[in-house]
Each structure stands twice: as structure tokens, then as C-alpha cells.
Design a protein around this ligand. Sequence first.
Ligand SMILES: O=C(CO)[C@H](O)[C@H](O)COP(=O)(O)O
Length: 134
Amino acid sequence: MRVAFGSDDENDTTRAVVQALTDDGHEVLRPSFATWPELGRAVGLDVVEGRADYGVVMCWTGTGTAIAANKVPGVRAALAWDPWIAKGARLWNDANVLAMSLKRLAPDVAVEVLRAFLAEPEPDPDEAANIKAL
Ligand SMILES: O=C(CO)[C@H](O)[C@H](O)COP(=O)(O)O
């Protein structure tokens, strides 16, 4: 898949996420930005304008980039910190952008969260009306 990735800082966790995307055969897009609000918007635009299938945004907390991405119409960004939350974001919310904290997730946990998010191909049809109402 094509995954747009942006992070406002770099550490072992962000490097592990990018490495996992590459190892898993995804095409990684790296939009340019200066600030974390721009980062969320740039990744969100890559998704809604069709350059990427999914987005991954990271900042110290994950929250700011999630809010910024969610300001882009059509983006459903979810802040996730464990694989179950990430899976649920895809399954029950049809999230198209994953947001994670680069400070609070260990590299192996962030990679597990990432893989859980990208492994869930289709939302639960029972949630279609709720997702449409978002
Ligand atoms: O977590 C964040 C936003 O939610 C940012 O990463 C954190 O606030 C640091 O930003 P800056 O380097 O611009 O001060």
C-alpha cells in the first residue's frame, strides 16, 4: 500500500515505524512540512487526494497531529496506543490516518500498533451507518 508518513521529531520509535513500513513492502510517501499542524494537514491531504491509501502521523503526544489531520475533510484520524485500539479504529471507525505518540510508545509497540492498523482491510459493515454519519 501507499502510506504517507510524517513526524515532527525523529527517534528510535519513528525510525522503527518507517523501517517496518518499508520491510512490509509499503510505498512510503514523505510530504514536506515545517510544523506539526502542517504535518497533519499534509498527510491528510495525501490521503484524501488519493496519493496515499493511509496516513501515519507522529508527534510527541500524537494528539496535535491527529487534530490537524482531522481538520482535512474526509480524514478520519485515530490516536492509538495499542494494537486493539488501532484495529478498532479501522474496523469500527474506518480510520484512514493513524496517529501515535513518538515519546510514549516503545519502538516494538509502535510497530505492533502500525501493523494492527494496516492489517484490517475493511470496516465492519454493521458500522456503515455510523461511519457515514461521522
Ligand atoms: O506533541 C506535539 C503536538 O501535539 C508536538 O510534538 C510537541 O508539542 C512539540 O512541538 P514543538 O517542537 O513544535 O514545540
